[in-house]
Design a protein around this ligand. Structure first.
Ligand SMILES: Cc1cc2nc3c(=O)[nH]c(=O)nc-3n(C[C@H](O)[C@H](O)[C@H](O)COP(=O)(O)OP(=O)(O)OC[C@H]3O[C@@H](n4cnc5c(N)ncnc54)[C@H](O)[C@@H]3O)c2cc1C
Length: 506
């Protein structure tokens, strides 16, 4: 790593946060996992399940509090922590957007052990066949996810079964009917891997659940060491191979940790930044940038309506429309005596393109700064207008069924920061006139579904290894060659478990 300050190993110094007694950061591990969020903790837990030894997970944020935000906070406060991130001490955006307002605002990491697995809503949907279909995704990954190989059930089936058991045997509230009609459509309950807790509290699945020790501190399984407050600044690249990582530990000391295998699980943008740096050091990139970054394109409307005219509170969805690469979701929430909030959104796939990229400017300073540039393809713009037509048609029919005026839905230009998804904040919906729908459109990078910049079958092989840099791997939505319309986490969890099996086998 030319130009890096000489690393000092801090073996003599204790750590301040994380599990167990104070221990120094080791100088070597067989597998180093960079980032302890949804993908990284799942990978570490699955490796331990295979009896792997000498796994080190490095997490940039603290590890004292392992509770999901909806476990700790009432609904309103938790919603504000997400949509008004200045209220979240863990919110951190380590990149700069060159195409604001996209990838600004609520776009960022939740830097703590557990990452966004302590914020997510638990919606688990498999990626659609049309998105997975080769050449989009490598055929062997698709087979493992969807049909299973060598007589084993598919990864989708195994993960769905585990998450259903974790959720208490069902993925939706038993009070929700199996089918619900509104707006000329028949909806199904939306599958969510969640546990209801007393009051309005709930939590979504996280592999960290099994690590919760006394006083909420993490107790990882045998074979796994976790070091929190330890930010990986760069991958250590020598002689055309990833040899470990350079990290800043809890004391601010720079340490080089040697590893046979390094797995990037730092969230899409941060993993891509680390990959751009490492591949540039290895001479494997013509320019310090990687394209293909994509997010879901999401827009919707909220309306305050009489509760007795609406279906029972809950979350519902329609199957994805392949022509629109999008699916419609409907949530009905209590909104005070006799009133309910109808929250309807359509989620669609942004296609990968080379102009949507994570870029770095090489420098002697660590870490290299990431900049994001994003663009829509003509097909994406067509989808945006198709989504708006779908929402307008749905609302026109629903309003007639509900006996309320069908005030037409009006949208502003895509990328209007005044009409983004923060419209669903309770303080805003409460001020909304009854019966009058308010539309919104998410800015790119604010759905927390960003992925696609380290694609399997192209930059990575089907075993998650970087083809141009032996020893380096990646997991999380970053590795999806296409996003599809489905929420990413079922696939991210399945891929982390599949990768653990591959690494354990090796
Ligand atoms: C409010 C909310 C609701 C959501 N709901 C859903 C849903 O219902 N269904 C669904 O499928 N998805 C949902 N998501 C998206 C889902 O949470 C993310 O797709 C997923 O967490 C991404 O996993 P990841 O491991 O790649 O990133 P993260 O979970 O963000 O984890 C990355 C981790 O890496 C750490 N890190 C970053 N940089 C470094 C570094 N340099 N060194 C060391 N550590 C580092 C971070 O601190 C973080 O802990 C939701 C997200 C949010 C915020």
């Amino acid at each position: 790593m030319s130009g890096h300050p000489p690393p000092k190993h801090d073996a003599a110094r204790p750590r301040t946060s994380g599990p167990g007694p104070s221990r120094p950061v080791p100088a070597h591990a067989r597998i180093v996992i960079v980032g302890g969020g949804l993908a990284g903790v799942e990978l570490a837990a699955a490796l331990a399940g295979h009896g792997a030894q000498d796994v080190l997970l490095l997490e940039a944020g603290p590890g004292q509090d392992l509770a999901h935000i909806h476990m700790t906070h009432p609904q309103k406060t938790a919603t504000e922590i997400v949509f008004a991130p200045e209220r979240d001490p863990h919110f951190h955006r380590p990149w700069r957007s060159q195409t604001p307002p996209h990838y600004t605002g609520i776009s960022g990491l939740r830097r703590r052990l557990g990452g966004r697995s302590l914020y997510w809503h638990g919606v688990i949907l498999p990626l659609e066949d049309w998105a997975l279909h080769p050449p989009g995704w490598p055929a062997e990954v698709v087979a493992d996810l969807t049909t299973g190989v060598a007589g084993k059930p598919s990864w989708y089936d195994r993960v769905t079964a585990d998450l259903t058991a974790w959720s208490g045997g069902t993925l939706w509230d038993p009070a929700q009917p199996a089918r619900t009609a509104l707006g000329g459509h028949e909806f199904r309950p939306l599958p969510r891997a969640c546990r209801r807790l007393p009051g309005d509290r709930w939590e979504a699945y996280t592999a960290l659940d099994a690590w919760r020790g006394p006083a909420g501190r993490p107790v990882p399984p045998p074979g796994v060491q976790v070091h929190c407050d330890s930010e990986v600044l760069a991958v250590d690249v020598h002689d055309g191979r990833a040899r470990g990582v350079l990290a800043r530990t809890a004391y601010g000391t720079l340490t080089t940790i040697a590893a046979d295998t390094v797995v990037l699980c730092a969230g899409t943008v941060e993993s891509t930044r680390l990959a751009v740096h490492a591949l540039t050091e290895a001479g494997a990139l013509p320019q310090p940038r990687l394209g293909g970054l994509a997010d879901h394109i999401v827009q919707g409307f909220v309306a305050r309506l009489p509760a007795d005219r609406l279906p029972a509170p809950g979350s519902y969805h329609l199957p994805t429309d392949p022509a629109l690469r999008s699916y419609l979701r409907m949530d009905i929430h209590d909104d005070g005596p006799g009133r309910a909030l109808l929250d309807v959104r359509v989620t669609g796939e942004q296609l990968p393109n080379d102009h949507s990229a994570v870029e770095c400017r090489p420098s002697g300073e660590l870490p290299w700064q990431a900049r994001i540039h994003t663009e829509l393809l003509p097909e994406d713009r067509q989808m945006i207008s198709g989504q708006r037509d779908l929402l307008r048609d749905f609302w026109a029919v629903a309003a007639a069924e509900l006996g309320v005026p069908a005030t037409p839905l009006e949208f502003t230009d895509f990328g209007d920061a005044d009409r983004d998804n923060t419209r669903v904040l309770p303080d805003r919906t409460r001020r909304q006139s009854a019966g009058r729908p308010e539309t919104w459109t998410s800015l790119l990078g604010t759905e927390d579904h960003e992925g696609g910049s380290l694609p399997l079958g192209r930059l990575l092989d089907a075993r998650h290894a970087f083809t141009a840099l032996p020893g380096l791997y990646a997991a999380g939505p970053a590795v999806f060659p296409r996003l599809g319309a489905a929420n990413p986490s079922l696939t991210a969890i399945a891929l982390s478990r599949r990768l653990a099996a591959l690494l354990a086998e090796a």
